[in-house]
Every structure is written in structure tokens, then in C-alpha cells.
Design a protein around this ligand. Structure first.
Ligand code: 5GP
Length: 120
């Protein structure tokens, strides 16, 4: 079962401006910023502005406009960063076995080098 949303999580604090982030894009539905510990030359996180614990929670509870806005924002960030020509990887960790560390939905965007085969 999904935990209730904890508004003290680090990405909620970034959304409220309580802690800084190196932002790359923002609109009504989404915020994108550089990961603090990048795993590729380009490693961006995209988060919805609403209080969703994970992709699972978002898919279950978010409105259609929020979902569409978020999906479009992820695409926009990758396109605007010039990732489409060379390719990029999207990743969302959901829950314990996936080692999700921050309980606010985030999609990782990795690019800037050959990323190799998908992790197990
Ligand atoms: P997860 O394992 O939950 O999918 O990924 C969490 C990601 O958030 C990690 O890649 C980690 O480096 C990143 N992260 C954690 N805390 C912060 C922070 O305060 N600022 C930024 N920009 N990234 C963070």
C-alpha cells in the first residue's frame, strides 16, 4: 500500500522554495532540476507539483490534466536539452524494492553518454 504523502520530503521543500535546486524548467504542472549526484553527464529529475508519493500514486489519483501536463513536461525537458538526437533514458523508482529514496514522484532523465543495457 502507498504511504500517505509526507510534505516534509526534500522535493516538497524544493517545490516550496525552502531549499535550493538547480532548476532547468518549470510550468504549472511540473518542475525539473539537476540531480545533486549525477549518474550521467546529464541527469535531470522531473517532478509533478502535486502531492504524489510515486508513479503508482500519481497514476491512481492525479487528474487527466496533471498527467498530461507532467508527461509533456518530461518530453519538453529532454527535447530542450537536445537529448532526442542522441537518445536518453527515463527511469522512475517505485517503492522499496526499486530503492525509491525520496517519497515524491520523480522521473530521472539520463543522457550524454552511451547508457548501456537496462539495469536488472
Ligand atoms: P530515487 O532513488 O528516489 O529514485 O532517487 C532520488 C534522487 O534524488 C537521487 O538520484 C539523488 O541524488 C537525488 N537527490 C536527493 N536529494 C536531493 C536534493 O536535495 N537535491 C537534488 N537536486 N537531488 C537530490
Amino acid at each position: 500500500a502507498t504511504l500517505p504523502y509526507d510534505d516534509q520530503n526534500i522535493f516538497a521543500k524544493i517545490l516550496r522554495g525552502e531549499i535550493p535546486a538547480n532548476k532547468v524548467y518549470e510550468d504549472d504542472h511540473a518542475l525539473a532540476f539537476h540531480d545533486i549526484n549525477p549518474q550521467a553527464p546529464q541527469h535531470i529529475l522531473v517532478i509533478p507539483k502535486g502531492p504524489y508519493v510515486s508513479w503508482d500514486d500519481f497514476a491512481a489519483r492525479a487528474g487527466d490534466a496533471e498527467i498530461a501536463g507532467f508527461v509533456r513536461a518530461v518530453g519538453h525537458v529532454a527535447r530542450a536539452a537536445g537529448m532526442v538526437a542522441t537518445g536518453y533514458r527515463l527511469l522512475a523508482n517505485i517503492g522499496q524494492d526499486a530503492h525509491q529514496e525520496v517519497p515524491h514522484l520523480h522521473v530521472h532523465i539520463f543522457a550524454g553518454r552511451p547508457l548501456g543495457p537496462m539495469l536488472a
